[in-house]
Design a protein around this ligand. Structure first.
Ligand code: ATP
Ligand code: MG
Length: 420
């Protein structure tokens, strides 16, 4: 017997149903905001991530599934979507279309981190990116979209939104200096990773999950206190648009993002319902990234949400059933097998979900199958009925039964389903 690779998992049954629902709601919601789907490759040259995510990040330092291809090319399974999408945007010269570009993607990501509940080595993200607008109104609308996803899934009560501004290349250096000074005076509490990052990327220390580091970051200088005038105006703008949209949020001055390329607005949707894995979705502005990956100087903002964790939240609501089938047809070999096959597909073409027993077993066995599928109606094509050209249609919830002409069964069922 084979076992799956550590940190990878199979998704089926009830969880797969919720998964389906989440993806459906996501696609509908993205469309209402005029986002276009972008299908990205799963494998990229490692360089895209090394540069696009940043060489001092956890992802690049230790989490990538990176390897050398047979021809010597360094490639990696994508750990996130933003760098890939920016690569695609630049490579396909999509920046030459006037106005802003809005894209979304849904798909698996790979990070070689320690597997635990809510943390896997293959997980699925849905994300959006907006290229070409630097103003605070799009920041607010993007944060609103993240909130709206939760609302449309009915889990808005399980999550909360935190926002922050982490400055820009103009004001970040002064802040970094303050941070370095502060961490140097607490150097004995820093973990090995943070010691290495201290001079190169001190803000990353704020994002460290090590308990000892977390304790000292609580009193560290805050980026919001060192913002330049433009960043301050931008942040005030974001907040006032969010207020206008009535998005519930909290400013968390300690929140930074794990990736190198973020500027100004950073935000995170968190939950306290999933144990230690509290981040459901996160994003921010990354105005320098498109240029960094070879494109023109174009503003960008986006977010990614973890579908695995969102599905777990949705499952707390118990809205989906393991099985739901509209109709199960009970039929018998040489008596009604062909009628059943035809009727099943006649109903399916009307959008009704239908199944039957292809082994035409005893009536009792077939009823228990109908039960297992949770069918709303059972259509029995027994010997007596078919001789008369009729079927016995049972409403499994009401417990009632009616005899219907076979030719009229589809109409009868679609009518009943419409009324339900
Ligand atoms: P965390 O703080 O949990 O490590 P992150 O900051 O690394 O999250 P992002 O890179 O911002 O996460 O990815 C966005 C979302 O993707 C997260 O909020 C989370 O829901 C999900 N996610 C990230 N890594 C994993 C993983 N290994 N397994 C499952 N979901 C994940
Ligand atoms: Mg992480």
């Amino acid at each position: 017997m084979y076992q799956k690779v550590k940190g990878f998992r199979d998704i089926y049954g009830l969880e797969a149903r919720y998964w389906n629902k989440v993806e459906k709601v996501f696609r509908q919601t993205f469309r209402t905001f005029n986002f276009e789907e972008f299908y990205l490759p799963i494998l990229e040259k490692s360089e895209v991530f090394n540069r696009g995510i940043g060489s001092t990040t956890d992802i690049v330092e230790k989490e990538m599934f990176a390897f050398e291809d047979r021809d010597g090319t360094q490639v990696a399974l994508r750990p996130e979507g933003t760098a890939s999408l920016v690569r695609a945007y630049v490579e396909n010269k999509l920046f030459s279309t006037p106005g802003i570009s809005k894209y979304y993607y849904v798909g698996p990501m790979f990070r070689r981190e320690r597997p635990q509940k809510g943390r896997f080595r293959q997980f699925t993200q849905a994300g959006i990116e907006v290229f070409g607008s630097g103003g605070p109104s799009i920041d607010a609308d993007v944060i609103y979209l993240l909130y709206k996803l939760a609302e449309n899934l009915g889990i808005q009560n399980f999550v909360s939104m935190e926002i922050n501004s982490i400055g820009c290349p103009a004001c970040r250096p002064a802040y970094n200096e303050k941070l370095i000074e502060y961490f140097k005076s607490n150097i004995e509490h820093l973990c090995g990773d943070c010691l290495r990052r201290l001079d190169k990327n001190p803000m990353r220390i704020m994002d460290c999950k090590n308990e000892s580091c977390k304790k000292i970051t609580a009193d560290a200088p805050k980026a919001v206190d060192y913002l330049c005038g433009e960043c301050r105006d931008h942040f005030d703008g974001v907040k006032s648009y969010l207020d206008a949209l009535q998005v519930p949020y909290k400013v968390n001055p300690m929140m930074v993002r794990g990736l190198d390329y973020y500027v100004r607005t950073a935000f995170e949707m968190i939950t306290d319902r999933l144990g230690s894995q509290s981040a459901v979705g996160a994003g921010g502005r990354y105005d320098g990234l498109i240029q960094l990956l070879g494109g023109p100087d174009t503003a960008g903002i986006g977010f990614a949400v973890g579908i695995d964790r969102l599905v777990s939240l949705c499952m707390l609501n118990e809205t989906e059933k393991e099985n739901d089938l509209d109709v199960f047809i009970i039929s018998f070999r040489d008596i009604s097998d062909k009628i059943a096959l035809k009727l099943a597909n006649e109903m399916r073409s009307q959008g009704v979900s239908v199944d039957m027993d292809y082994d035409f077993r005893k009536m009792k066995k077939q009823f228990s199958l109908a039960d297992r599928y949770g069918s709303l109606f059972t259509v029995v094509l027994g010997e007596d009925e078919t001789a008369k050209g009729t079927a016995a249609v049972k409403d499994m919830q009401a417990g009632t039964q009616e005899e219907i002409e076979i030719a009229k069964v589809t109409e009868y069922i679609t009518d009943k389903l419409r009324r339900n």
